[in-house]
Design a protein around this ligand. Sequence first.
Ligand code: SF4
Ligand code: SF4
Length: 260
Amino acid sequence: MDKEKKLKIGFYEFSGCAGDLLTIIHNEDYLLKVWNSAEIISFRLATSKRDEKANLDIAFVEGSITAEEQIEELRKIREKSRILIALGTCASFGGLQSMYSHLGDFSSRFNSIYPHKFTILKPIESKPLESYVKVDYFIPGCPIDFKLFLFNFTRLLRNLPVELPSYPVCIECKWQENNCLLLKKIPCLGPLTRAGCQARCPTHNLPCVGCFGPYEDLNLPSWLKTLQENNIPFKELEKKIRMFFGVKVKEILSKLKNKK
Ligand code: SF4
Ligand code: SF4
């Protein structure tokens, strides 16, 4: 592709483990193709050559917002980007760092752990990007699945929208011909979680803990019936839902409780 015609792309990170951007960097077989198919304007983890003044066609942003100073930084990225994509579960839903947000009063929780005043940043409750700016697309995962990223990266280069699997992890689990863990009385969040990871955990006999975030179109009555029939206490699932569903937890739990 002609250099002039290449899309200008930036990769940015806020609070998280940087696992999504590292997932891209660690796929060496494809990294050069990604790199050469666009004009990479900013990618702090990969290069010190950056231009923070340039306008962008696409900004990929990972991590949640956990400090006041980050809000302004995120707004600046939004202002200069035609398309902004939340990359990973922290950016999309708030991440593990928001798992206690349902307990309210961030300051007292924070001060009980860190009694000394922070002088570098002003910490706030962890929230997803969408709480502060318009997000055009989400590519969840903790970390993201590289194939799903590459598929969507290629679509975006052709001006096509991001497309995510419109079904839960259970569908991918069935494609792998796994025996269902729920039937072995193991609490698995597959039915509640958006697919995209090829059912990585159940394929290794481990229950899904929902790291790709919620799948909204769940058949709740049928799922709750399966839990009851297999003597899986709802409390077990509740704890797991809190891990990765971030700001969506309240909504999901209230839906679940209403149906119980
Ligand atoms: S093991 Fe988990 S992901 Fe697989 S079918 Fe059962 S509930 Fe769904
Ligand atoms: S099976 Fe569930 S917890 Fe495991 S990678 Fe997939 S979405 Fe994440």
